[in-house]
Design a protein around this ligand. Structure first.
Ligand SMILES: [Zn+2]
Length: 99
């Protein structure tokens, strides 16, 4: 989808150059290239936006995976107070007992 937008943008630039040359006048050439470039920039901007959205979506997915992973982390019982908490801690969050 994003690549398609880039291709369309590049295609429009090429097309505008061809049409510009076909007009035979310098003014026509400049006008066509200008319009073509503006349209191409819009397409490139759209492609860039979609790219960023995709990256953002991937990132949120990754964060979600990370949080669900920490939820699945092993629980251990504190030897001092007996409360369950995540393993990998250096001290108990309930009684502050240090391991
Ligand atoms: Zn404890």
């Amino acid at each position: 989808m994003v690549i398609l937008l880039y291709i369309i943008g590049a295609f429009i630039v090429v097309l505008s150059i061809i049409f510009g040359i076909s007009t035979g006048t310098f003014f026509g050439f400049i006008t066509h290239i200008f319009i073509g470039t503006v349209i191409a920039i819009i397409f490139f901007a759209l492609a860039r936006m979609l790219d960023l959205l995709e990256a953002l979506f991937m990132k949120s997915e990754f964060v979600h995976e990370k949080t669900s992973f920490s939820k699945l982390q092993e629980q251990i019982a504190c030897p001092n107070c007996g409360e369950n908490h995540d393993s990998g801690r250096k001290s108990c969050p309930y009684c502050a007992h240090r391991y």
